[in-house]
Design a protein around this ligand. Structure first.
Ligand code: CP
Length: 304
């Protein structure tokens, strides 16, 4: 039985197979419309979500399976004090695969250690968000035609943004990826990540001004400031609009630079930028369905 807790749980060869499957699903969805008939996905979300929960549910329904779950810890027995370990043991009796999102780092690991069914980490605190990473990688591979050989700027809340942490861990396995971290001082990328890059000899820079590096980028990964992880409101208010990508700033960027964003967006990308053909974030959300369909098929052992 396989789980997906970190993006490193799959080798790059396994990821290639997963992305090939996702691409086949995109082009011939009817081939897969019944593959999960009789199977049930449980979505256990202790934190809010639009994309991750609904794309998982859409993925399972598009594969012919069914979905159960909860979208709010207060509507589950967690509100009565039940542990994640006990909940997953019980969910194992009801479903064939489970996607779990939890505010505590490590919750998905705990769940996987007690589970009798495959567990997918759908985000654990500020730690990891591996299915967002699969979505990001599939988007880059599909729209750029390659994984590697580019300069990527990651901009915004690099301290708390779990999508950023997961994506960096995944991208270091590919050739010639140059990282530029763009953040205010207070939201810098954690030291454990820069230490890891130094150990691996992977080039990176840290800057504060987006405009200074925009012309160099092949990919710009924007993130929102993670309000829910701040200890005080004042700091959040001071930092929340630190970066706003506008059509004027986009004039500095390469013609084929792609803008990615895991979403939700707050103010960090002006809505006028949505009309720019380089804005790829809504296409990215669509790739999230294909890659989660491929993941469900793979973890259930249904891939040929
Ligand atoms: N990208 C992402 O995780 O979005 P949700 O929080 O809406 O699931």
């Amino acid at each position: 039985m396989r789980h997906l807790i970190s993006p490193l749980d799959f080798t790059t060869e396994e990821l290639d197979r997963l992305f090939d499957l996702a691409a086949d699903i995109e082009h011939a969805p009817s081939k897969y419309a019944h593959i999960c008939e009789g199977k049930i996905l449980a979505t256990c979300f202790y934190e809010p979500s639009t994309r991750t929960r609904l794309s998982f549910e859409s993925a399972m329904i598009r594969l012919g399976g069914k979905v159960i779950g909860f979208s709010d810890a207060n509507s589950s027995s967690a509100a009565k004090g039940e542990s994640v370990s006990d909940t997953i043991r019980v969910i194992s009796c009801y479903a064939d695969i489970c996607a779990i999102r939890h505010p505590k780092e490590g919750a998905a690991t705990v769940a996987s250690s007690k589970s009798l069914i495959p567990v997918v980490n759908a985000g654990d605190g500020g730690h990891q968000h591996p299915t967002q990473t699969l979505t990001d990688l599939l988007t880059i591979r599909s729209l750029k035609g390659r994984l590697g050989g580019f300069t990527i700027g990651l901009c915004g809340d690099l301290k708390f943004g779990r999508t950023v942490h997961s994506l960096i861990h995944a991208l270091v396995r590919y050739e010639n990826v140059n990282f530029i971290f763009i953040s205010p001082e207070e939201l810098r990328i954690p030291d454990y990540i820069t230490e890891m890059l130094k150990e691996k000899g992977i080039p990176y820079r840290e800057v504060i001004r987006l405009e200074d590096v925009l012309p160099e980028l092949d990919l710009l990964y924007m993130t929102r400031v993670q309000k829910e992880r701040f200890f005080n409101e004042e700091d959040y208010v001071r930092l929340k609009d630190f970066y706003i990508l506008t059509t004027e700033k986009m004039e500095l960027a390469k013609d084929d630079m792609l803008i990615l964003h895991p979403l939700p967006r707050v103010n960090e990308i002006d809505v006028e930028v949505d009309e720019d053909p380089r804005a790829a974030y809504f296409r990215q959300a669509q790739y999230g369905v294909y890659v989660r369909m491929a993941l469900i098929i793979t973890l259930l052992g249904l891939a040929k």
